[in-house]
Write a protein that binds this ligand. Structure first.
Ligand code: X5A
Ligand code: ZN
Length: 662
């Protein structure tokens, strides 16, 4: 299997800078690269990556996107004096040239193409290019917003022509609209472009009408340009994650790209003077982790903006850590998207609803009068530069833990041992049925039985909670009883929130959901049982439609993950019994995505007869297995309907489920 993370960096890209006074351009400094690279070194991430040498992009490559006339203009800046450089710069918007700009722009683009080659050839699974100048504002014949050549746009054209890639997803999480990328691919259905950006009803740079949600592409490309404009500053973790669940991910999975390119600007992070947003560094780990499940893991991160050095470098480090497969830290903050974010999400979903099957099942309608329209300019947030420095320093200490020494602990009787993979450790033995029965009665009596404490499953739960192992897989003759025992043990050891997903014949008794300390979700092909009226006992009726492909993405992003993220568990238990109505690959995807919760503490409990599931889950839990998915299928009507009903009840309590502002 393809593995490894590539890193592109060369200090030569620090050999240009702004030569005159211009407050707008002053933030784009060479130290942006130095501090990012330094932070990666401090976290010992550079050593764990494959470092790729940069190269100059060729003229042929540059003109995949740019006009020969513009190339000539940039080339000529090499020999200009400062006055001429300034004069050339002023022909464009928010641009500056230096004598070394051309050379650096060629390396910046060439480095990006090196990364694309590594990933497309299979030398590396994924990677990141730390480069400048950035690219996403630059246009066919124009420099713009500190960008000279459009690195990501050229990379997409390059991948199409060199590797015959049919579908490319570009995710632009920079806080500015990459209008350059939009213009280049507007009428091209082979490139799906997603950008969120600070917009404030058009009052934020680059102040373009076409940055709004209703620019959806042109001609054949209609539906393939997704703009999510933020009309307020202060967007944070919950808003970004909601945008992924309710806008980007469903469309991206339906699109089914063969390569994902990220215009990875970190000016959307906390402390950035341009963006004035609030996302903390681990948010980028979550975004990255989700994107790693597309295109068989072929994911290239290409640096764009990011002007708060500490925020930039911490966020870029979280990105690389995640690419390498390290556990994703728990997301911090209240998991409630703000009203203005929901308005934006609602409008983007509405604008795209004619073009995407996955948007069909929910009601979509337009917000006519935006709540923030005509509001006075927002007050500066308290997170100015140095306050953010301090906040970040403390924050990183709080959220980063040493990676557990064991990746996957296997609790199984020896005759049922799955093939032990590298990174797995076997603890022989599991609960006997008698022991498990003891647990249930112990639970009813409010005490834990000696017998049970001596078995191997309960110590495994302790190891999981104490971070001795990252995750755990248990092969059990009685999935329900083992899961019940694990829950009791977790609560006994002080867990506050256990998220438990039950698939197939597991039959967990709802009374397990005590005091909100557990949230149980049962997935079954049968109709919903009589309603319990507890938001902690939830139900998903799900059955695959017969004709190939999968429709599971729909409930995954519409329901399962938003529910899990709303709850913020400290332990995830996934119990898979027999007679399940969800396919092996879908359960693998679910498990892999759930690893972003609870610092990766996932306990999978699997029936001993389900060999295929045991194999698939071992793969997902041990390696960040790159999963491949077929085309998207529309879900069966009764399933979609029962989900909608369930959502109406639950979304007032679990706020990440909400995708209409009301
Ligand atoms: C790459 C990038 C921002 C330009 C802002 C000009 N450019 N006001 O973040
Ligand atoms: Zn930017």
């Amino acid at each position: 299997m393809v593995s490894g993370t590539a890193l592109v960096y060369d200090e030569e890209m620090m050999s240009y800078c702004l030569l005159w006074d211009d407050p707008e351009c002053a933030i784009e400094v060479p130290e942006r690269l130095a501090s990012s690279y330094k932070r990666l070194q401090d976290y010992d991430l550079v050593n764990r990556c494959v470092q790729l040498p940069v190269r100059e992009a060729t003229e042929e490559e540059i003109t995949l996107v740019h006009s020969p006339e513009y190339l000539e203009v940039v080339k000529n800046t090499q020999t200009m004096d400062v006055d001429e450089l300034k004069e050339t710069s002023q022909k464009y918007v928010a641009a500056y040239f230096h004598q070394n700009s051309y050379r650096c722009a060629k390396i910046s683009l060439g480095g990006t193409l090196q990364l694309v080659d590594a990933v497309m050839s299979g030398d590396s699974l994924n990677g990141m290019a730390l480069i400048r100048p950035p690219g996403h504002h630059s246009q066919r014949s124009e420099s713009n917003g500190f960008c000279v050549f459009n690195n990501v746009a050229v990379a997409a054209e390059y991948a199409k022509s060199k590797y015959n890639v049919q579908r490319i997803l570009i995710v632009d999480w920079d806080v500015h609209h990459g209008q350059g990328i939009q213009y280049i691919f507007e009428d091209d259905p082979s490139v799906l472009y997603f950008s969120w950006h600070r917009y404030e009803h058009g009052s934020f740079w680059p102040n373009l009408r076409e940055s709004d949600y209703d620019s959806i592409g042109k001609g054949k490309g209609t539906g393939f340009n997704i703009n999510l404009p933020w009309n307020q500053i202060g967007m944070g973790n919950a808003d970004y994650i909601a945008a992924f669940f309710h806008v980007l991910l469903p469309l991206a999975f339906e699109f089914n790209p063969e390569l994902v390119l990220v215009s990875a600007g970190y000016d959307s992070g906390v402390g950035d003077p341009e963006g004035r947003m609030c996302a903390t560094p681990e948010c980028y780990a979550h975004l990255t982790h989700m994107l790693m499940h597309l295109a068989g893991g072929k994911l290239c991160m290409i640096l764009e903006g990011g002007y708060h050095l500490r925020s930039l470098s911490e966020s870029a480090s979280m990105t690389v850590r995640t690419l390498l497969g390290d556990p994703v830290p728990k997301l911090s903050g209240e998991m409630t998207p703000c009203y203005s974010a929901l308005e934006s999400i609602q409008n983007t979903r509405h604008a795209h609803s004619p073009y995407w099957k996955c948007l069909l099942h929910d009601e979509t309608r337009l917000v006519q009068e935006m709540s923030t329209k005509g509001m006075p300019a927002p007050e500066p947030l308290q997170t100015d530069g140095s306050a953010a420095d301090e906040l970040l320093e403390n924050h990183m200490k709080k959220i980063l833990h040493p990676t557990p020494p064991i990746t996957t602990l296997v609790v199984a009787p020896v005759e049922n041992t799955p093939n032990i993979l590298e990174g797995m450790q076997l603890e022989e033995g599991t609960l006997t049925t008698q022991q498990a029965i003891n647990v249930t009665s112990a639970f009813n009596q409010g005490e834990l039985n000696e017998n049970v404490l001596n078995s191997k499953l309960l110590p495994a739960v302790e190891k999981l909670l104490n971070r001795k192992t990252r995750n755990c897989i248990t092969v059990s003759p009685n999935v329900y009883l083992s899961a019940a025992a694990a829950i009791q043990q977790a609560l006994h050891l002080g867990s506050e929130r256990v998220f438990c997903v039950l698939i197939g014949d597991v039959d967990m008794k709802p009374e397990i959901a005590n005091e909100g300390k557990t949230l149980c979700l049962t997935i079954s092909g049968d109709k919903m049982p009589e309603k319990t009226h507890s938001p902690y006992v939830t139900f998903l009726q799900w059955k695959e439609t017969p004709h190939g492909g999968s429709s599971f993405f729909y409930p995954l992003f519409r329901f399962l993950l938003p529910l899990a993220y709303s709850y913020q568990p400290d332990l995830v238990i996934l119990a898979v019994g027999s007679n399940r109505s969800v396919g092996t690959m879908d359960i693998a995807l679910l498990t892999s995505l759930l690893q972003a919760l609870a610092d990766g503490a996932v306990l999978a409990v699997v029936t001993e007869t389900e060999k295929e599931i045991i194999g698939a889950l071992s793969n997902v839990l041990v390696k960040c297995a790159s999963l491949g998915f077929g085309p998207y299928n529309a879900p069966a009507n009764d399933c979609a309907q029962s989900l909608t009903q369930e959502l109406t009840v639950l979304e007032t309590k679990w706020r990440m489920l909400q995708c209409l502002a009301k």
